[in-house]
Design a protein. Sequence first.
Length: 573
Amino acid sequence: MTASMLYRERFAMVCGSMRIHPLAPSVALLLCLGIVCAHSVAHAQSAASGATASAGPAAARLDPLLLSTPAAARAHWGVSMVDAATGATLYARNDAQLLEPASNAKLFTTSTALALLGPSFTMATRVVAEGEVDAAGTLHGTLRLVGGADPTMSGRVYPYAGHTDRSNPPLAALDALAAQVLASGIRAVDGNVLADDTLFPDERYGSGWGWDDLQWEYGAPVSALVINDNVRYLTIAPGASAGMPVTASWLPEISQASGTAGAAVTASGSGVFADNLDITAVTTPAGTAPALGVARPPTGGALRVYGSLAAGGAPVHLAITLEDPAQFGARAFAGALATAGVAVRGQSLAVHRAPVDTQSFTAETHTPVPLLALPPAATSLDGWTPASTAGAATRIVAARRSVPLSDIVTVTNKVSQNLHAELLLRLLGRAEGADGAAAGGARVVRGFMTTQVNLAPEDFLLYDGSGLSTKDLVTPRALTTLLRYSTTQPWGPVLRNSLPSSGVDGTLSGRFPALRGRVQAKTGTLGEVDALSGFLTTDSGRLVIFSILCNDYPGTGSRQVIDTLLQAAASSF
């Protein structure tokens, strides 16, 4: 049983595909009407801005596929197919229409990162001793774990080797850092252990993310200190016999975190730690159908586990997000230090940096950042130091470096890892002179896309780096223009090889068996959105760059339409 099989609580009214939080009925109705009108106007304006429609044999063959079912006919489609060598349009249907891209938005983020940071860029996590170490090995001061936005601080295998997120111990990176601390001569910390994620401001969630996504791994909070993709694994098993409560266990196990510290620290939140569970689920007789629910209130707090599991049935394995990754990291690192033989006498605390930007996200992101460096001027951000350590007697006593960005981008695109894309967005902002906020990163992406790729500014509106935001809008022609641009760049092969390959790996491992290895494309799924953009090698050997975006198609039938359309294109060009 997987997370998709669970009942998910939704304390919201639904208006089309938009979620409206509980309001007075009249207010909710007005909001729904406003959303419908705005949605319709957006489609109409985009369609009037130059959307094209193909004619000829290809159109005669492909057009009917977009109307093949009543649901397909009601949906909104945008398609662009161009010749990779010449850029000539082979087929287009509403290619200038703004549509939600879902995870196809990652193509903008990862392309910009490869271009501006470079495939060899790395991230570093450091441990800084602040204070003097006496002859007995006692640090009289603070031991600070400094996050550098390294997404590889997990049990995942690099380079990409499939879905390996649970292949190694989730805290192995912290264990290795703790061993380095001991090797540096520190045997005790007569002060606090701090987990510092101030490389970025404390903005854990993207604009337009659905609150009911935030407990699951694809909605993991963003932080400069990343611990196991900012999730913990929860196993829920039936009791020994009917009537008994279910049992639950965490991996990794960790005790309740202590809190936060520092001048710019926000409230810590409760976090999902140890036994912070509200379990009411019971065991039912063997053979009965499981009916398990897991939910966390939007405001945070205990994770509710309710419903039932059948006696003798299989346990349920879930990945549940950390509400405060730095807070969790502080406690986990203190535990790793103790295991390594370093005694900690103070508290385990998190240090955050409060956001200071008061502009609206939309206003800020529509002012592109003048790009500082093309090609990349640096291969890391190692020169950055937390402001809170200024003037202190400090030294680095442990450090860990990530794999190259090329390997990180491959995992990001192959498995559609949202957190990794969000980290890259914020790193782009830091590298180009912004403060690491999401809006600053979005400005960098906009600057690169408009000045280097030559995309029309009105062809894309991005509110995050992963595509989880329901506010994101792009045109199919923007995606094919970007992908064709990538074929002219030295980093282009890295981007193309990072995409899932049909019938081979990633999110396309089970699709297009008849086109095995001939489709390299980024998938995208979010609610009633289905998207696929990438490269197709046709039956004649022609390389076609394509983007297919489908919005407002309930259920899963849109995937079959997309696959049929692309298979037809393979034999048409």
